[in-house]
Ligand binder design. Structure first.
Ligand code: ADP
Ligand code: MG
Length: 252
């Protein structure tokens, strides 16, 4: 049996008077990949933005419930600390445009005002880029701008940036939706490798991707968790009629 790392209890998210997430309760397991799947607009991005404490940045937004990491409700913790432990990579990767590849990997340290020696920095950069599967492609031009990389490389650079902060959980929001099949396959293979170091939560509306790369799947519909379980079981013997219909392509 796997270890729980993140325990979500009765999570509700609102935007003004509109409720986006309804009483979502589920847990995530250490060193596993979990897919958040569901039709467009069902609340997938909102869900992971809540986990990363981004949703609340909008003054019109509100979150209630609990997101427990190591016996602490992250909603009561310092949000900067939460974002260090739980990193997020967005649908369109966003390396800092003025920074080199090298400095992009270290951006979290800079933002947090953490000083490191040159040797330590070199080591963090190499280690993070290796884990993100990017080192061999960029090691000879680390001082070029991160934005000069291809879309798939930029995704991996942003993953390296999170890994550099020793993130425990990595949230990926449709990381391959803008990538070609080759770059997509690269990211999918990387997810398997990354699980050695981190727990992965990946939003996707690509069912075959969820089936290929994840251990667990959560199916959301209209802001409600319809079904959660082992990916293989959920895809072969779904418990709910709605999951079955979604998998059969009858909606969404
Ligand atoms: N900043 C926002 N302001 C108003 N409504 C929002 C905002 N963000 C998301 N929503 C609404 O919340 C719902 C869920 O959106 P989202 O989490 O982006 O879904 P998904 O990622 O599954 O496509 C949608 O109805 C969307 O219109
Ligand atoms: Mg989304």
């Amino acid at each position: 049996m796997s270890n729980k790392i993140l325990d979500i209890k009765n999570l509700n998210a609102f935007y003004q008077n509109h409720q986006i997430l309804h009483d979502v309760t589920l847990n995530f397991f250490s060193n596993k990949a979990t897919a958040i799947m569901g039709p467009s607009g069902c609340g997938k991005t909102t869900f992971i933005r809540c986990i990363n404490r981004m949703h609340e940045l909008d003054p019109k937004a509100k979150v209630t419930g609990e997101i427990i990491l190591h016996n602490q409700n992250t909603l009561d913790m310092d949000s900067i600390l939460v974002r260090r432990k739980i990193g997020m990579v967005f649908q369109r990767a966003n390396p800092f445009p003025t920074m080199s590849i090298y400095d992009n990997v270290l951006a979290g340290y800079k933002l947090n005002g953490i000083k490191k020696s040159r040797d330590e920095k070199d080591e963090i950069v190499q280690d993070s880029l290796e884990k993100a599967g990017l080192w061999h492609e960029v090691k000879d031009f680390l001082h070029r701008k991160g934005t000069l990389l291809s879309g798939g490389q930029q995704q991996r650079l942003c993953i390296a940036r999170s890994l550099a902060m020793k993130t425990e959980i990595l949230l990926l929001d449709e990381p391959t939706s803008a990538l070609d099949p080759y770059a997509t396959a690269n990211i999918e293979e990387l997810i398997e490798e990354l699980k050695k170091d981190v727990t992965i939560i990946i939003v996707t509306h690509n069912m075959s991707q969820a089936a290929r790369v994840t251990d667990y799947t959560a199916f959301l519909y209209e802001g409600k968790l319809i079904e959660f379980g082992e990916t293989e079981k959920l895809f072969t013997v779904p418990k709910h009629k709605m999951t079955e219909e979604y998998l059969a392509g009858r909606f969404g």
